[in-house]
Design a protein around this ligand. Structure first.
Ligand code: FAD
Length: 396
């Protein structure tokens, strides 16, 4: 078998088998067989997660063949897409029928199912993470049966929105969408001191607002995106680190990341964001400037009700640390992680962190409901690897 490597190269393993079923029937049969053989099964999207969520010594399942727009209803603002559809392709196919996702993350190379499963988010005080757009899902369960969840399946859908790939394998997703819209993106740099007292105002004034902080220059790059309804032409102008861009949301919201990096991100109650960032900044400047030149990213997310959403029940600020793929990062992340935790932080499921078991679950008031849904849908633990058992405190 060939080795699997994730996007950053930090996760490598060799599954017993890697398969890309062509139909739900084939997928059901593969799951039944894996259960009979006593193997674990993990679904993989585009392999962008740093946490070892997809690691298995059993069966690794790609949903490459479950790709593209299946159906849509422009009036109801709903569309059903294959779960393995990369977000960038979803954006283009939806645009052709006059629809759009209301928000995306910083990039759009992830698959829809992979992005939803880990609570992937963009930025915007009034905008939920991507999984809040999930109105329905078709899951192939560990038993091989197909379960279709819709908006009336409150409890199970709230569990399935951020599923960690542990409830079943999604084959199709129905999304709650908005009419296609155009936006203006503006990026410019400023000294940190000019911005520090205006964070609330900037987040309130802009549809999408975030900033990168550059430790060595103590400077920030402010990124603002707002909807436009006039007919100014699409364009992109760059002057040094400044950028001005107009176009459809699917083209302008996500960016391209060429340089590979390691990342830790915590989601904090919105009111704790500024104080937590101030501590992070002080600590980086006091201890890490010599090795760390990479930026720190500050974003906002609206509260939602998915059981394992990092924004569950609270408006949220996220702070992410980045370090170049080839540079040491463990000491840096280990030194900063307690700061996030002391501010009530919940780690991004897909990125690097050390919290697990009760210390992690106690940060999610509805963790018990998620775990009950997992037991109900996968009583034999087909989708539970040693990593996930340890993470979720589920005994063998
Ligand atoms: C360069 C870069 C930029 C990023 N930007 C952001 C960002 O802006 N915001 C943010 O929040 N995160 C961001 N991330 C994190 C990224 O969005 C997550 O790691 C996301 O889960 C990756 O999706 P994927 O398709 O690669 O899924 P994978 O990493 O392959 O899998 C992730 C999870 O999804 C599950 N899964 C995949 N397919 C299915 C399926 N069909 N059914 C059930 N479960 C499934 C897997 O089992 C696993 O648990 C970024 C990561 C990188 C590397």
């Amino acid at each position: 078998m060939t080795e699997f490597a994730n996007w950053s190269g930090g996760l490598r393993f060799t599954p017993a088998d890697r398969v890309s079923p062509a139909s739900e029937g084939e997928l059901s049969e593969l799951l039944r067989q894996a259960a009979a053989d006593g193997r674990t099964v993990r679904a993989v999207g585009s392999g962008h997660s740093s946490a070892p969520l997809v690691r298995t010594d059993g069966l690794l399942v790609s949903l490459d063949h479950f790709d593209g727009l299946i159906s849509h209803d422009a009036d109801a603002r709903r569309a059903t897409l294959g779960s393995g559809t990369p977000i960038h392709r979803a954006g283009q196919e939806l645009l052709k029928v006059g629809l759009a996702m209301e928000n995306t993350g910083d990039i759009d190379r992830q698959t829809l199912a992979g992005g939803f499963a880990t609570g992937t988010h963009g930025t915007g005080r009034t905008l939920g993470n991507l999984s809040t757009q999930l109105a329905g899902v078709r899951l192939v369960l560990a038993s091989g049966e197909v379960l279709e969840l819709g908006e009336d399946d409150g409890d199970l859908l709230r569990a399935a929105r951020v599923s960690l790939g542990a409830l079943g394998i999604a084959t199709a997703l129905t999304l709650r969408l908005v009419p296609a819209f155009r936006v203006h993106r503006s990026e410019r740099c400023a000294p940190w001191r000019e911005v520090r007292d205006r964070l609330d105002e900037l987040a309130a004034e802009n549809r999408n607002f975030d900033f990168y902080w550059y430790p060595r220059k103590d400077e920030v790059k402010l990124r603002r995106i707002n909807e436009i309804t006039d007919d100014r032409p699409d364009h992109e102008v760059r002057r040094g680190s400044e950028r001005d861009m107009v176009g459809w949301s699917a083209d302008v919201l996500p960016r391209v990341r060429e340089l590979r990096f390691h990342e830790m991100e915590y989601a904090l109650p919105a009111e704790a964001g500024p104080a937590c960032f101030a501590e992070v900044r002080e600590r980086v400047r006091a201890r890490h400037l010599r090795h760390v030149a990479w930026r720190v990213l500050y974003r906002t997310i609206a509260a939602d009700d998915a059981y394992f959403s990092t924004a569950h029940g609270r408006d949220t600020v996220t702070i992410s640390l980045h370090q170049n793929q080839d540079l040491p990062y463990l000491d840096y992340f280990a030194d900063l992680e307690p700061i996030f935790q002391a501010h009530g932080g919940r780690p991004h499921w897909a990125k690097l962190f050390t919290l697990k078991g009760e210390a992690l679950l106690s940060r999610y008031p509805m963790a018990g409901r998620w775990l009950a849904a997992r037991r109900r849908l996968d009583p034999g633990g087909l989708f539970l690897t040693p990593y996930l058992r340890d993470l979720l405190g589920v005994a063998r």
